[in-house]
Write a protein that binds this ligand. Structure first.
Ligand code: PLP
Length: 264
């Protein structure tokens, strides 16, 4: 029988400002009618003006969070977000291999929009070599795709090349988010599916500063839809529409880059 309220998991960092990370993930999951659980990997002191500080959670406590969830829940799909440093990336990989949490969406979070590094520089190779090969869906923005592949992305052709390179690294379905690209009118994401099909997801570019947490919202929406049994393409398409609607409907909070907070 279909699970009425599928259980999902986010493995990520918190945002005290309520806009990104674990907070955005759990709000999105609730909004998409799945039950969200969380392994907290790092705690940030953060608001809409930026990230003031963060600390990674001791690894034994991360292992214990995984063990607690594995002992009780039937996780149907999971995602990773901010993982802080190489040791924590490795520890998360070990725990993901130990447990069966369903399809994995990897949001390879590196730098916040305000410029704060959420992943240590030397952890990029650990993400590339250990985590990316486990990804059923990989959702880098352009700077993250560039760091992972070593390619420069300045055109749509180069986005396609980068997606192919990310598949060569072992990720199955790739969504390269073009929101950071300097195209004036559109926010186009390139999707390369595991079977080689590809397509562009295009939405009108919305002129707003209130985009904090868009990447987290996209990846947690994909996770929610996969947990409900949607196929990968449908989950990705629904999530792009969900994020676009959220950017359009969000209500100002805070004094800086306000978070997504209102969906329809
Ligand atoms: N803080 C945390 C804990 C995050 O996971 C992320 C993104 O994944 C951010 C901040 C950055 O959010 P944004 O770049 O959308 O402002």
């Amino acid at each position: 029988m279909a699970n009425e309220f599928p259980e999902t998991l986010t493995i990520a960092g918190t945002d005290s400002g309520g806009g990104a990370g674990v907070m955005a993930d759990l709000k999105t999951m609730q909004e998409r009618n799945v039950f969200g659980t969380a392994v907290v990997v790092a705690v940030t002191a953060q608001n809409t003006l930026g990230v003031q500080d963060f600390m990674a959670v001791p690894q034994h406590l991360i292992d214990e969070q995984f063990a607690s969830l594995a002992a009780d829940f039937n996780i149907r799909a999971c995602k990773t977000g901010m993982l802080a440093d190489a040791e924590h990336v490795h520890d998360v990989v070990v725990n993901l291999k130990k447990n069966c949490f369903g399809p994995l969406t990897v949001d390879p979070v590196m730098i916040a929009k305000g410029g704060a590094a959420l992943l240590a520089d030397d952890a990029v190779t650990t993400v590339r070599d250990e985590l990316v090969p486990l990804a059923d869906v990989l959702t880098p923005n352009i700077p993250e795709a560039e760091r992972l592949t070593g390619l420069t992305i300045e055109s749509s052709d180069q986005m396609v090349q980068a997606a192919l390179a990310l598949q060569d690294l072992g990720a199955k379905n790739i969504v390269i988010k073009g929101g950071h690209e300097a195209t004036p009118d559109e926010a186009s994401d390139f999707v390369l599916m595991a079977d080689g099909r590809s397509f562009w997801l295009t939405a009108p570019r919305i002129d707003t500063v209130r985009t904090h947490g868009t990447g987290d919202t996209l990846s947690s929406c994909i996770t929610a839809e996969l947990a409900k049994g949607q196929d990968y393409e449908t989950a990705i398409r629904i999530s792009k529409d969900f994020v676009t609607a959220a950017i359009e409907n969000t209500i100002p909070v805070g004094h800086g880059h306000g978070p997504l907070n209102h969906w329809a």
